[in-house]
Design a protein. Sequence first.
Length: 371
Amino acid sequence: MPDHPTVDEWLPPHQQHLLYSFAHADTLIENVGSVLLDYVAATPLGLDNRVQEGREDVIVASIAPVPQSVPRQAADVINQLRSALEHALSAEVEHLMGRQLESAEEQAIEMPVPKSDSGLSDWFRHKRRRSLPVLHVDGVLGQRIAALQPPFGTAEDQIHPLRVLAEHSNLSKHRKPAEYALRLGRVIPDYMVPGLEITGEYPADRPLRIGDVLASVPAGTRVPLDIWPTVAIRRPHTREWIVLTHELRALESWVRTIALPTLIAGTSNVDPIPPHLDISKGYPDYSDALSKAQTMPAAERLGLRLAGVGLREQLPAIFTQVLPAISYQTVEHYVANLSDAAAVEVLERYMRVRHGRGESHAAEYLRRLLR
């Protein structure tokens, strides 16, 4: 086989259901991200100024509630990813055994996430799995399961994707909804001034609260600030706050590109299952669906959308600065009709031309775009 087997080469027919499972998870991640982009764009933080003891503080005066679809759809993503692991393992056991499993055997199939080497050994020795040699410690799937386990008892154990996925899904399925909250991402001043202090009274281990100080300057000083809030999820086992979209992106990527290929093909050195497919439509067969699937995951598409929004605001100023004879309205009309990807491409190509061939060639590139 080549160094990187294609999906057709390593994903067997009994595992083709995973294409649709990841498409569903991808749609859920996109839904979460879209709601969050709109939420943040609507400026969820109300700010106020407070002068005391010779300083002027920027404080949180109000916080818009996070839409309740966000935690619920994020939990759906996490549970879909955990289910994809379990479904793939079950299908692989039945395929390797070459027979339909009995009810008791089906109940014995699970992706273990123990907390120690002894816990993993106990899982392998459990009587429920005696009739399934592929799940024994020296069985083909037993070895692959062991390869996916966290490094028990180390700092890396707590941040390993399998551990994080299991802790999140156990919490949301069995105990309570996860903790989600608005937190402070960044505070960026337009320029530095003497005495400027950022995030004065905001501790990193909790959500934002009304009255928190985000920045402080000597009284009478003026400096524009860009304040970027972010929605975070709290990991149940470490109590650490992680940007929600980053958490979903990392877990989806690990399950799709590492865990599932390892379980099925014995290696992650393969072309991953494409994540994006519109499964609200029907497809004649798997081959047709695979041919229409796309490789850019939701997190990247959302990043492109965010970049496009920002660039459509910035590009008119760039155009008119480089081409002062062109009206601002002409540039605005052109930019408004660019897709997110096209807006990013315009800026990237402009910067490449400017860096490689100089200002005059960069200006001519922009001028051609407006013809």
